[in-house]
Design a protein around this ligand. Structure first.
Ligand SMILES: Cc1ncc(C[n+]2csc(CCOP(=O)(O)OP(=O)(O)O)c2C)c(N)n1
Length: 671
């Protein structure tokens, strides 16, 4: 690569891009870790994008109508941090860059949502960013349809590397974007032919250009170091009716001794080579030093959006007060005032009618009353709409000719669905929920984990939550998935026992602003157990006494979901024999853990024998059996110990010994 020719062809551009390269080299050198090559290779593309196209305003990072820039190749985090610092984002100070990857710095190893303004999503797990971006672009389409171009009209730009495109989830994302003609989604592929182990052909010979075209994208191919070609390609991309992938031929670690090698991917810390690279760049400045003319040129770019931002603010101010309020409400993630009354009314009706329905059906009943008053909800399913009961009657299907549609047919793409849902939530103005079978949380899990890490309130509707699904067999019967979900920090796992608890769980999920929810719902019918109407949301306390012992309390049964009914039957058996038995329903462990000691003690007092019932593996239950004043020798578990089997549900419960009689017998053996 002839660096001198690049420098002399576009000297002004070169200096700005060199600032990114130099900051990257210095920060990685100081941290003695990080990834130098990707920012050095993509600095030209990023410079042209920010200088000529990206609609943003560094002083107003939360501007709802800004273009979104997503660094899917999150290991190249110094590219993003450099851009934010150079363009003048207030929080991205030079000290933060100096402290790259250090304790307490906002410049984490990989970009983390919430650490710094301008980081739109957490990336690093490859493939996530490009998949989030599909949700961002869908959210833009939906909100533009709802509020009009004057308030919503922006692009979503992504930088993705070979790694992102090799990850399976990218295929789901690309397919979705093509199918839905997300024309305002523009992906730059950092086509440098290098990954960690060597050149790409070690592991892949996919023709990415044909792959994207086959999925319904426009593809442009350019030299990723030619600013004019980059500019022209972005201009072409912006007017396309399809999503665009711009294949940018680049050199990883441009200008460094490690250029075009897999060594260039990682931390380039050799002082002599660093100095030589800076020399090649014509960059005679000290570490972290940006000459004033270059910094002010970048700051002018950061202020380029001032007029557009002010015009947008004025347009918002011209909208009716109620429209302004609604816009602010949905972007703040606030539930409408009417939500509480709707939930209470449904709970009252259910406690009187006492239907025996599957909780997946209960969930649909809730959505029927909630979706009409929450236009920000977007539902969907990974090709299991009729099983997940996720579509309410008022929801039309999102499509190219119906951007107002609030229901998404995600296809058989659990991972892509979950990642795109996160993107919608991160975009703002949308509250996404999506369904699949509980056992396929495995397929969605990387994105579910990131929802928790990023603190976004996506709602994962997971039906068919145990052996109770019956004949589909052990491939479809989750046994370990509740434990995995509960092991994930900042995740509410709701396993409601009836329609009333399902309504309460949904209310909590829809009010959440920081925590994703997993709704674990049955395929099989369960009776209404909350037959006495209470306006208070008992699920909000995580666990509560559903039925207390008459007389002396000798046994305490804990259960969730469909097994609460079994615990109630066991209580009948035990009480008939004069054994006072309390049943505690535990729809959400995480919320129970948050209660104060006095409440937890009231619900789980020491003394009685404790038996937990859940049609899943025991993992996690010991906390409630032995902890919280419990005793090992006075506790037992009725549930699954292995995978399930294929048979009707009632037979499975019988054969696996999850019955009222088994619970009663266990209690008696411990008394
Ligand atoms: C899901 C996932 N798997 C593995 C990694 C570890 N990893 C980080 S970068 C990388 C190679 C990526 O190659 P490419 O996208 O071509 O980046 P470049 O070498 O161009 O910087 C790998 C395997 C990761 N971050 N995420």
């Amino acid at each position: 690569m002839d660096i001198a020719a690049l420098r002399s062809a576009h000297p002004d551009h070169w200096k700005k891009a060199a600032a990114i390269r130099a900051l990257t080299l210095d920060a990685v050198h100081a941290a003695n870790s990080g990834h130098s090559g990707m920012p050095m290779g993509m600095a030209d593309v990023a410079t042209v994008l920010f200088e000529k196209h990206l609609k943003f305003h560094a002083a107003s990072p939360d501007w709802p109508d800004r273009d979104r820039f997503i660094l899917s190749a999150g290991h190249g985090s110094m590219l993003l941090y450099s851009l934010l610092h150079l363009t003048g984002y207030a929080d991205m100070t030079l000290d933060q860059i100096r402290n790259f990857r250090q304790w307490g710095a906002i410049t984490a190893g990989h970009p983390e949502y919430g650490h710094a303004k301008g980081i739109e999503t957490t990336t690093g797990p490859l493939g996530q960013g490009i998949s989030n971006a599909v949700g961002f672009a869908m959210a833009e389409e939906m909100l533009r349809a709802r509020f009009g171009r004057k308030l919503v009209d922006h692009y979503t730009y992504v930088i993705a590397g070979d790694g992102c495109l090799m990850e399976g989830v990218s295929h789901e994302a690309i397919g979705l974007a093509g199918r839905h003609a997300l024309s305002k989604l523009i992906v730059f592929w950092d086509n440098n032919n290098i990954t960690i182990d060597g050149t790409v052909d070690l592991a892949d010979r996919t023709d990415q250009v044909k792959r994207f075209r086959a999925s319904g994208w426009q593809v442009l191919e350019i030299d990723g170091h030619d600013p004019e070609a980059i500019d022209a390609a972005i201009t072409t991309a912006k007017s396309s009716r399809k999503p665009t992938m711009i294949a940018c031929k680049t050199h990883i670690a441009l200008g460094h001794a490690a250029q075009d090698t897999s060594k260039g991917h990682g931390a380039l810390t050799d002082a002599g080579q660093l100095a030589a690279a800076k020399e090649a760049y014509g960059w005679p400045y000290g570490p972290f030093e940006i000459p004033a003319d270059v910094k002010s040129a970048w700051e002018a770019i950061g202020a380029r959006g001032t007029a557009e931002h002010d015009a947008w603010t004025a347009r918002l101010g011209e909208a009716s007060q109620s429209r302004q309020n609604e816009f602010a409400r949905i972007f703040a993630g606030e539930a409408p005032k009417a939500l509480s009354a709707r939930i209470k009314a449904l709970k009252k009706q259910i406690s009187e009618e006492k239907p025996s329905v599957a909780t997946r059906k209960s969930s649909e009943m809730v959505l029927e009353v909630v979706n009409p008053i929450m236009p920000e909800t977007v539902g969907g399913s990974a090709d299991l709409s009729g099983s997940n009961n996720t579509r309410s009657g008022d929801m039309s299907v999102f499509d190219v000719d119906n951007r107002k549609g609030r229901y998404v047919h995600w296809g058989i793409r659990e991972h892509g669905m979950a990642a795109a849902m996160n993107g919608m939530a991160l975009h703002g103005g949308i509250r996404p929920y999506g369904g699949t079978f509980m056992c396929f949380t495995d397929y969605a899990r990387p994105a579910m984990r990131l929802a928790a890490l990023m603190k976004v309130p996506s709602v994962f509707v997971m039906t068919h939550d145990s052996i109770g699904l019956g004949e589909d067999g052990p491939t479809h019967q989750p046994v370990e998935h509740l434990a995995i979900s509960r092991a994930t920090p900042n995740t509410w796992v709701f396993r409601p026992c009836d329609t009333v608890e399902t309504a309460e769980a949904w209310e909590l999920a829809l009010r959440s602003t920081q925590t994703p929810s997993v709704l674990s719902l049955t395929r099989q019918n369960v009776p209404t157990l909350r037959t006495e109407h209470k306006t208070a949301n008992l699920t909000a306390r995580g666990a509560y006494v559903l039925a207390d012992a008459t007389g002396k309390r000798q046994a305490l049964l804990m259960a969730t979901g469909s097994e609460v009914a079994i615990a109630m039957q066991a209580r009948d058996l035990l009480e008939a024999e004069g054994i006072g038995t309390r049943v505690v329903s535990m729809p959400c462990w995480e919320l129970f853990e948050e209660q104060d000691e006095a409440y937890r003690k009231r619900v789980l007092p020491g003394g009685p024998v404790r038996v937990a019932v859940e049609a899943a593996i025991r993992f996690g239950w010991d906390r409630w059996l032995y902890g919280e004043r419990g005793k090992r020798e006075k506790s037992g578990f009725i549930g699954m110990h292995d995978f399930g089997a294929s048979a009707p549900a009632e037979v499975l419960y019988e054969k696996f010994g999850i019955t009222a009689q088994a619970v009663a017998d266990k209690v008696k053996s411990l008394l």
